[in-house]
Design a protein around this ligand. Structure first.
Ligand code: PEP
Length: 251
């Protein structure tokens, strides 16, 4: 069964007290909303993961925003997949465009991170997406295909089935310029077909593919109504509980 998901990427925002407060607000709103059609995930900073985890109940999961590409050892400042696992964190975002752009994370590095995440029982939320010049040149499907092939196609079907893909066109992240639901659906359907060609249609039908890029409480419903859009990875709008919950309940 394909799972739907709305995940909030808090990035480098919120103090510890603010993060706990936001988590409690999200949790209360999720409880009040009753039965939801999607899984709800929030991704605070590493430092806040444990406290935020304690602030939410069973209906809200917590994700890290990143993990190290090495298993352990002399890597000052890094946080390993094993550490996340030992802290009870179920998800990790890997390959967000801000990591790719500002920290030089290549497909090869991201593949190692995904490998370590899976080996430690974490579920990766693996981000892909083209830059504006790549969209304008018409090459965006090739870019997305390359990111999937290089980052994820080393895994067995069983391993791959634990991965959530987030399609986030870089030109839509934090810009207020959302992909239209037609543009997003085109790429999501292409991603699902690419997965089907490699792993077969059963795996492809079940893979969760999120859209990210200026998704908000006003456009979520139209995006989520598309057949291959299984939810959202939400940046800015996840920092305000009311907005985030309106996205969660857009299903
Ligand atoms: C993101 O950073 O993953 C994201 C989608 O950000 P925003 O919603 O702010 O565009």
């Amino acid at each position: 069964m394909r799972k739907y998901m709305v995940a909030g990427n808090w990035k480098m925002n919120k103090s510890l007290a603010e993060g706990i407060q936001l988590a409690k607000e999200v949790d209360a709103a999720v409880e009040a909303a009753g039965k939801l059609l999607c899984e709800v995930v929030i991704a605070p900073a590493f430092l806040h993961l444990s406290e935020v985890s304690k602030a939410v109940g069973a209906k809200v999961s917590v994700s890290a925003q990143n993990c190290a590409a090495e298993a352990s050892g002399a890597y000052t400042g890094e946080v390993s997949a094993a550490m996340l696992q030992s802290a009870g964190i179920p998800y990790v975002i890997i390959g967000h465009s801000e990591r790719r752009t500002y920290y030089g994370e290549t497909d090869a590095i991201l593949a190692k991170k995904a490998e370590l995440a899976l080996a430690n029982g974490l579920k990766p939320i693996f981000c892909i997406g083209e830059e504006l010049s790549q969209r304008d040149s018409g090459k965006y499907l090739d870019v997305v295909k390359g990111q999937i092939e290089n980052g994820l196609f080393r895994f067995s079907a069983d391993e791959f089935s634990k991965i959530v893909i987030a399609y986030e066109p870089v030109w839509a992240i934090g810009t207020g310029r959302t992909a239209t639901s037609e543009q997003a659906q085109e790429v999501h359907a292409f991603i699902r077909k690419t997965v089907a060609d490699k792993y077969g249609s059963a795996v492809a039908d079940n893979v969760t593919i999120l859209y990210g890029g200026s998704c908000n409480e006003n456009n979520a419903k139209e995006l989520f109504a598309r057949p291959d859009i299984d939810g959202g990875l939400i940046g800015g709008a996840s920092l305000v509980a009311d907005k985030f919950i309106r996205i969660v309940t857009a299903f």
